[in-house]
Ligand binder design. Structure first.
Ligand SMILES: Cc1ncc(COP(=O)(O)O)c(C=O)c1O
Length: 393
């Protein structure tokens, strides 16, 4: 094709999702009928709770489900989310501060655009969820790596930011964490909130894996500060990834900005899904059964996988991930994941997308699948590691 060379924005040059190669390969092998054991998927295999699905069907006949909703979400859902904070965290929350979003992913976009200006610096723990960094780059913000790997005890450390030439404008945290499953203990969460308030640093707390913790409940940053933006969604504990319903709890000064951004970005989250989602918060009996399965799956992997494969894994106290340190076997996680997939049909996610510095030594294993899948994974990985060690000897 001929014609003028048109400009492509520098901001759109995000790093590629390198682990996609392995995931694409796993999907292709699956489609060809191979028996693939999926440890790469970061989402529940279970459906939405039954009462939510019934409510969706009911909502179809209702006039109010047909059109757009108001940008910050239908009032019934905002109020039910506010009640959820009372039930889970004993916090009195004004539903005016709740904004319903299209998954938590648009919550990030709205938070970054409402709280920061182009050029602002936001500290992000490394390893971490790649979309934070990529979205920030796309918005002209500067993500600043805050080391939070094995050497830092898998935690973001406040003293590291104090040693920087200047403090960041924002700090992003996620607990339980993706990819490590690490939970920030309550005392440290409080310290982080207080430090951010004292230093004028805007905290964004991604709490999407709340409800999925195996060593005690997680506290919300909202307990310790009203200045943080809290991000959450129905995707993980609530088992409703495809419904694209998330929410933010906003500091009062940001409500109006967030409303305008939501109006302009997506008008509203899908209305029928909002109506049905009100029911999700009354389904803990069904949802807690999934958590029991994750707990069992976690145990199957932790007790059954060879020590060389788990290595110095992060303490996976929450979410549904183990961040395995494979450095005793390989220092190229992409090649290792491909070989593992080729030879055993076990699909995992190389750490490189979560950590551009040390991710070549790690694999993320998701235990969101069935318990039978975890047993099969343990069997195949043990055989693979035995053969791998013999080959290397
Ligand atoms: C830490 C974290 N935050 C946010 C998301 C995005 O979730 P949502 O489906 O709510 O957009 C994910 C998805 O895997 C995640 O791991």
């Amino acid at each position: 094709m001929t014609g003028p060379t048109l400009k492509i924005a520098k901001r759109s040059k995000m790093p590629p999702f390198m682990a996609m190669d392995v995931m694409r390969l796993a999907a292709e092998l699956d489609a060809q009928g191979h028996d693939i054991v999926h440890l790469e998927v970061g989402q529940p295999s279970s459906s939405a709770p039954k009462p939510v699905m019934d409510a969706l069907i009911d909502s179809m006949g209702q006039q109010k489900s047909r059109g757009y909703a108001v940008a910050l979400g239908i009032i019934e859902l905002r109020q039910r989310i506010a009640e959820h904070y009372q039930e889970w965290y004993q916090i009195d929350l004004d539903s005016e501060r709740v904004a319903v979003t299209v998954g938590s992913s648009t919550g990030f976009a709205i938070s970054f655009m409402s709280a920061f200006d182009v050029g602002d610096r936001i500290a992000i723990p490394n390893p971490g969820y790649p979309a934070y960094r990529n979205l920030m780059l796309g918005m002209g913000l500067e993500p600043v790596i805050l080391p939070a790997g094995a050497e830092e005890g898998w935690m973001p450390r406040l003293q590291d930011m104090e040693n920087w030439d200047r403090l960041p404008d924002g700090l992003m945290i996620a607990s339980p964490h993706n990819p490590t499953g690490v939970v920030i203990p309550d005392v440290e969460l409080k310290e982080i909130c207080e430090w951010c308030d004292k230093n004028g640093v805007r905290l964004i707390s991604d709490e999407i894996y709340h409800g999925l913790s195996y060593t005690g409940r997680c506290e919300t940053a909202l307990k310790y500060t009203d200045n943080a933006i809290i991000i959450n969604s129905l995707s993980k504990y609530f088992s409703m990834t495809g419904w694209r319903i998330g929410w933010m709890i906003l500091p009062e000064q940001l409500i109006s900005a967030a409303e305008k951004l939501a109006q302009n970005l997506y008008i509203s989250a899908p209305t029928p899904n909002q109506i049905a989602s009100v029911k999700a918060f009354d389904c803990s009996d069904e949802l807690d059964q999934h958590v029991e399965r994750y707990q069992e799956n976690r145990q199957v992997l932790l007790s059954g996988l060879p020590s060389e494969f788990l290595g110095n894994a992060a303490p996976c106290d929450g979410a549904f991930y183990i961040y395995a340190d494979i450095s005793a076997l390989s220092d190229d996680s992409i090649a290792f994941a491909k070989e593992l997939l080729d030879q055993t049909g076990v699909a995992t996610t190389p750490g490189v997308d979560f950590d551009p510095i040390n991710g070549h030594r790690f694999l993320r294993l998701s235990f969101a699948g069935s318990t039978a899948t975890m047993h099969e994974a343990v069997k195949r990985i043990n055989e693979f590691v035995e053969a791998y060690k013999k080959d290397a000897a």
